[in-house]
Design a protein around this ligand. Sequence first.
Ligand code: COA
Length: 345
Amino acid sequence: MTLAEVVPFPRVPQPDGSAAVLCGLGTWLPPRVVPNAEISRRLDTSDDWIRARTGIRQRHVVEPGMCTSDLAVEAGMRALKSADTDHVDAVVLATTTPDRPCPATAPDVAHRIGLDRVAAFDVNAVCTGFLYGMASGAGLIAAGVAERVLVIGADTFSTITDPDCRATAAIFGDGAGAVVLRAGSPHELGALGPFDLGSDGADADLIMVPAGGSRRRTPASDAERYFTMAGKAVFRKAIFQMAGSAQSVLRKAGLRLRDVDKFVIHQANARILNGVADMLGQPAGKFVRNIEQVGNTAAASVPLAMSSACESGELRAGQQVLLGAFGGGLTWGSTVLRWPAIEIL
Ligand code: COA
């Protein structure tokens, strides 16, 4: 099934200086690599099954004692260096695995990067977190609250993955990616276009950690402390919502599907990427893939995919790019940009 070709709206002009321009990108992965074989020695699964059903060969995982802020600091510092700056006015950290339930992790990350006294807050939109984080950063710039914003997506899902659950253990990996957004003109390379963001709380239970919040503070069993998902239902909804959101953002941007050179969307499962490509009637080759190497890294997924596509030469300055994601909440989001000429660190 494919969706109809997008009929664009005329683009609404934006005043110069109010657009958020992506001007730096940095990533960091914890050094420890867990290949599928290591999981299949422990659980009732196999390298063949994981590769065939998800496209994943390996993932990076934190060592005990390493937490989300450690990854976020490394990626954040690299993004600042890539943007050739040591100052931003705000730090937005997208994460579902904060160091502690309270306070937010972003102020600690800002402090450790040397960004004392700047605005800093967390955003939790699970795997859509980086899109929500970029939209928040772009909003601070458009409102004149900030001239530069560091947006970080960092997650350590290995810390909330049930060691006995073969479905989640096979999928998730840890990592971090960050971008610097600066105020600029909507006509520049790197200027973020409109955003499409959405949610559907009616399906909140499809992806969740049941206990630990105000609803159920103390877990009734060990399993309730861990991340759970209804794999099949999530699979179908991920395809449908990412395809729909891509269409919505293109319509808002005055672009057509055929104008997009590269889709950089959440790396949840290689078959989900194929499903979105089919639904949009686009060649699978337009969809950037790094899931084989890193698995599903939640809020870090989109910046890690951008980075590996730049490294491989697949993503080049001037190309029309669509960024998209889907995650717990449920949540989804997309934006567009022409890829800027930046050094990736
Ligand atoms: N190894 C072997 N078998 C596995 C397995 C694994 N790692 N994980 C699940 N299975 C089993 C299931 O238990 C099920 O067994 P059953 O039929 O005896 O109950 C069987 O495989 C088929 O399950 P199904 O859910 O149909 O498999 P699938 O092909 O859909 O793949 C997922 C399972 C989890 C990989 C897939 O549903 C998925 O990727 N869902 C989306 C997950 C996601 O993206 N989550 C984050 C959202 S941002």
